[in-house]
Design a protein around this ligand. Structure first.
Ligand SMILES: Cc1ncc(COP(=O)(O)O)c(C=O)c1O
Length: 370
């Protein structure tokens, strides 16, 4: 790989930076011989709760399981409908389907997040919950969503997998609804070195139930209250996360700086959703939109710049979603965006000169082909 190549993520660099500290912590943990649960997991949960200003945190082995347990704990029943956008990572809808619930898709706004103005007309007698997804680190229109939820007595599960640390009106993503669900997958800003996740809530009953469910449903060692799951966060992941929690604000600051540099250097010919007043975006991804997406992506890779597409096929058009019964044209905005969106590198190891270089190449592309 050429030195000048700009990768979309750089996890090796993160490891290089943290290696000395982490190896020491991991060595200590492995020597102690406590690999599942224990004080270190409890400690992490307490620290996340403090960071997010929320009462309870239940660490889990993935963001997908956080969503599953959230739906489970909120007591949703077979065939209940859950309103959610069709342009998310597949897991948001998969968990709804797995529990025998019905995903009810609502299209999105220009910024890729669920359109609150289209929620109300999709509510039926069977609607029991709304699952907004804070895609790309951008928090949804929570004020409007909570108002609708209150009016129709709906549960709100925030898929905050991509939005750890994001805020709206100075309140953290995941803490607006009944439950917030997070992923600590290696590609997330607050990341483990393997799968991981957690859910947050202010309700003790949800906390108690989720804690049981993540551990086979065990009340104590011998009594199983209800059939559960194996969804605990490994102790070594908890140790890594606790270490990284102290550094995450620095990383967010870098990403926000990179986003502002893109805004400064990129041509106006490419669409960048703006950051709303009162919003604090942590830029899990930096997604721009252009009708020349495929051509631009090829051009960039030729120039040594790696990009990604999140996501090229909307969920309602995935083969796995066939049974839900949608067709092309059902969610216009989502479908249009799937052809226009391009995720640019924004990781914390990029320098201003990298962002400048990427922007210049993109600007040259538009001068050449427009
Ligand atoms: C929006 C969204 N929801 C859910 C998930 C699932 O999280 P995990 O991969 O930790 O299971 C992800 C992770 O990629 C995600 O981006």
């Amino acid at each position: 790989m050429k030195d000048s190549f700009i990768s979309y993520v750089n996890l090796s660099k993160q490891w290089k930076e943290e290696r000395k500290d982490l190896l020491k912590l991991l060595d200590q943990t492995l020597a102690e011989g406590h690999y599942v649960g224990g004080d270190k997991v409890v400690n992490l949960e307490k620290n996340i709760a403090k960071y997010l200003n929320v009462k309870y945190v239940i660490s889990l082995n993935s963001g997908t399981d956080a969503l599953t347990l959230a739906l489970h704990c909120l007591g949703l029943k077979k065939n209940d409908e859950v309103i959610t956008p069709p342009n998310s990572f597949i897991a948001s809808t998969a968990v709804i389907a797995h529990l025998g619930l019905k995903p009810k898709f609502v299209d999105v706004l220009d910024d890729q997040n669920i359109d609150p103005n289209q929620i109300e007309k999709n509510i039926t007698k069977k609607t029991k919950a709304i699952m907004p997804v804070h895609l790309t680190g951008r928090i949804c229109r929570m004020k409007e969503i909570l108002k609708i939820a209150k009016k129709y007595n709906l549960k709100v599960i925030e898929d905050s997998a991509q939005a750890f640390g994001s805020k709206l009106f100075n309140r953290y993503a995941g803490t607006f609804g009944h439950v917030g669900c997070f992923s600590t997958h290696p590609l997330k800003n607050f990341n483990s070195v393997g799968d991981g996740g957690f859910m947050v809530t202010n309700k003790k009953s949800i906390y108690d139930r989720a804690r049981k469910l993540r551990n086979h449903g065990t009340k104590d060692r011998n009594v199983i209250d209800e059939f559960g799951y194996v969804s605990r966060l490994d102790t070594i992941q908890a140790v890594v996360l606790d270490y990284r929690l102290k550094r995450v604000n620095g990383l967010i600051k870098k990403r926000r700086k990179n986003a502002s540099l893109y805004r400064k250097y990129l041509t106006k010919k490419i669409f960048i959703p703006h950051e709303r007043k009162d919003e604090f975006n942590t830029y899990h991804t930096f997604v721009v939109q252009t009708s020349k997406r495929d051509q631009l992506k090829k051009y960039l890779i030729k120039k040594g710049i790696e990009t990604a597409i999140h996501y090229p096929i909307p969920i309602h058009l995935q083969p796995s979603a066939k049974k839900i019964g949608h067709k092309v044209g059902d969610f216009i905005k989502t479908e249009e965006q799937s052809k226009r969106i391009l995720t640019l590198p924004i990781h914390q190891y990029l320098k201003e000169s990298d962002i400048f270089k990427i922007s210049q190449i993109i600007n040259n592309f538009f001068e050449k082909y427009e």
